[in-house]
Design a binder for this molecule. Structure first.
Ligand code: TYD
Length: 215
């Protein structure tokens, strides 16, 4: 079986964690090796970078972009590519499109520059499928519990820019992206995400596998 790289994107509070858990369970039940990971913080180095980015005081915008890219570079080299090479399905909670939306668009660092930075960092690794869980900013904000990290505290306008950019990225590359309305009931979101993944699995393997017949 060939590896499949899936990223899940969306604003804070879009429901990514819940949906990733459901997807992992389903893929495991159909016999796939599933690696669930996240950015920032999918590796030991990444955990340190995540802490520096989110909970350690001021980070200037270009440093922020470089730190996310550094996390991604190490994540891809040490975890994502080896798993794909083994034939696993890798599900990443956020990937390079988060940098384009947050740093490129919302922080105004330049979408194309930030994208190129990540492409360099990852030696060009782009997911076969990116799912956008789209929710209005106010809905996402109301779901984020507890203390807000540095990015979550960035304000309404910032998060509106992030959402708009995700939608634009999805519209520009429809063959890679699937947009799911994250305000739908959880089970409905799960079903739509599963359909998108099922189609890619069939594409990737080139033959109908048991996923074809599963509920
Ligand atoms: P996330 O792990 O989704 O946050 P949480 O665990 O609190 O749900 O992501 C952490 C924050 O980092 C989130 O606010 C989005 C931001 N982020 C960027 O700004 N750029 C990036 O490239 C990535 C991957 C995340």
């Amino acid at each position: 079986m060939k590896g499949l790289f899936i990223s899940i994107e969306g604003g804070d509070g879009a429901g990514k964690t819940t949906q990733i858990a459901a997807l992992q369970q389903w893929l495991t039940s159909v016999g796939r090796e599933v690696v669930v990971t996240r950015e920032p913080g999918g590796t030991e180095l990444g955990v340190a970078i995540r802490e520096a980015l989110l909970h350690s005081g001021e980070v200037s915008p270009r440093a922020e972009a470089l730190l996310y890219a550094a996390d991604r570079a190490h994540h891809v080299a040490s975890l994502v590519r080896p798993a794909l090479d083994r034939g696993a399905v890798v599900i990443s909670d956020r990937y390079l499109d988060s940098s384009v939306a947050y740093q490129g668009a919302a922080r105004s660092l330049g979408k194309e520059e930030v994208r190129q930075l990540s492409l360099w960092a990852t030696d060009g690794l782009v997911p076969q499928l990116t799912v956008l869980l789209d929710v209005p900013v106010a809905v996402g904000a109301s779901r984020v519990g507890g203390e807000r990290d540095r990015i979550e505290s960035a304000g309404l306008e910032f998060h509106e820019a992030v959402r708009a950019e995700f939608l634009q990225l999805a519209a520009a590359e429809p063959e890679r992206w699937v947009v799911v309305d994250g305000t739908l009931p959880i089970d409905e979101v799960t079903a739509r995400v599963r359909e998108a993944v099922r189609a890619r699995l069939l594409d990737a393997d080139g033959v109908a596998t048991e996923v074809d017949t599963l509920p």
